[in-house]
Write a protein that binds this ligand. Structure first.
Ligand SMILES: NC(=O)c1ccc[n+]([C@@H]2O[C@H](COP(=O)([O-])OP(=O)(O)OC[C@H]3O[C@@H](n4cnc5c(N)ncnc54)[C@H](O)[C@@H]3O)[C@@H](O)[C@H]2O)c1
Ligand SMILES: O=c1ccn([C@@H]2O[C@H](COP(=O)(O)OP(=O)(O)O[C@H]3O[C@H](CO)[C@@H](O)[C@H](O)[C@H]3O)[C@@H](O)[C@H]2O)c(=O)[nH]1
Length: 328
């Protein structure tokens, strides 16, 4: 579900390369037909139970990987209904279909936004879950629904709580491609090449060493590997579980700006703006549980490697970010 999007398309590549039959179900609201390269595409909307029913009748899936969602923190603050509908209600439709069809395994794209403000430097799975924006709330509700569906119907789930997904695949075939881009790394790359784009740092008054927000950037191919491992453990009969997926390394917005300048060899002009509504100060994972239980470790998530891979993809199809700037 949602395999035409950024994280889903990278995971589909990993699933297909592991020898699994992949079918993408996606309404292409924020995804892209040409990012569905590993498996077929069924166009459908999770808000429409008849679409899900038809897809399940066609494919009869053993397992579901559920990436589909609306996922812009700022937008969720101004339009919460969209988030409860497209993330929470739509997932309920999916779970009802899984129940009807006897599909017993699901990997869910959760998020560190379920935790809210960090009470500890590194967020472990048992950190209190107090989301501070409707996006995080809508995802936490899904985690709770998943637990209830396991209890009542034996549908086992793995909630993978990504920290900040970043980077692009090793061959630069697919990458971070959001029609409405709000994410830091693509916008910083755009700012380095496009003199007409005013890149802005959202707040320099956070309680962090350099005053800018701290995040844990995780390479999208490391996330894909975690999905493979999670599905394998579910297939082997493991119980439902949840894992925080990050590196354990916090990187500030200012440090990302520096890394973009290193990778591009260009100056990145920047403005200083206010904090973005709903933004947490610091979100850094404690990745120990994923390491211990899944045997997963981020190996591609060095910030310079992330930005180099993102840049390689953007340069291959620069029109996606900055028309006219193909030559850099
Ligand atoms: N990108 C990140 O940093 C990040 C971090 C944490 C969690 N996540 C979660 O990971 C998942 C994937 O994120 P992404 O960045 O790849 O987003 P994306 O927008 O690129 O992909 C989402 C995909 O879901 C599809 N979709 C959305 N609503 C749908 C619906 N009702 N029916 C069918 N398809 C629908 C979209 O068309 C798109 O292809 C999301 O659930 C997101 O909340 C992302
Ligand atoms: O032009 C920009 C864009 C972003 N930021 C800041 O950079 C940080 C990271 O922002 P962004 O890349 O948008 O990621 P997050 O807001 O942290 O949200 C992402 O990461 C979350 C987990 O932290 C996921 O749940 C969300 O789906 C995903 O959008 C935040 O402080 C932003 O305010 C800027 O300063 N300037």
């Amino acid at each position: 579900m949602g395999g035409a999007g950024y994280v889903g398309s990278h995971c589909c590549r990993a699933f297909a390369e592991a020898g699994w039959d992949v079918t993408v179900f996606d309404n292409l609201s924020t995804g892209w037909r040409d990012m569905v390269r590993w498996g077929g595409l069924i166009e459908g909307d999770l808000n429409n139970p008849a679409d899900i029913e038809a897809a399940f009748n066609t494919v009869k899936p053993d397992a579901v990987a559920h990436f589909a969602a609306s996922s812009l923190v700022g937008e969720s603050v101004t339009d919460p209904g969209k988030y409860f509908r497209n993330n929470t209600l739509a997932t309920l439709n999916l779970l009802e279909a899984m129940k009807r069809h006897g599909t017993q395994s699901i990997i869910f794209s959760s998020t560190c936004a379920i935790f809210g403000h960090a009470q500890t430097d590194y967020l472990a799975e048992d950190h209190p879950r107090n989301p501070i924006n409707p996006y995080g709330m809508s995802k936490l509700m899904v985690e709770q629904m998943l637990a209830a569906f396991d209890h009542a119907h034996g549908i086992r789930s793995v909630c993978l709580r990504y920290f900040n997904a970043a980077g692009a695949d090793r061959d630069a075939l697919i990458g971070e491609r959001h029609a409405c881009e709000t994410h830091l790394i693509p916008l910083a790359l755009k700012g380095a090449y496009d003199p007409d784009y005013a890149f802005t740092i959202n707040g320099t008054d956070f309680d962090t060493p350099d005053g800018t927000a701290l995040r844990d950037y995780i390479h999208v191919e490391d996330l894909a590997e975690a999905h493979l491992l999670a599905l394998q453990t579910l297939k082997a009969g493991a119980p439902s579980d949840a894992f925080n997926l990050g590196t354990g390394q916090g990187t500030s917005v200012a440090e990302i700006v520096g890394a973009v300048e290193r990778a591009t060899g260009r100056h990145l002009p920047r403005k200083i703006g206010p904090r973005r509504p709903g933004d947490a100060v610091r979100l850094v994972a404690a990745p120990d549980k994923a390491q211990g239980v899944l045997g997963w470790k981020a190996t591609r998530s060095d910030v310079d490697n992330i930005i180099t891979s993102a840049l390689a993809w953007h340069q291959k199809d620069w029109t996606i970010q900055t028309p006219e700037k193909v030559q850099g």
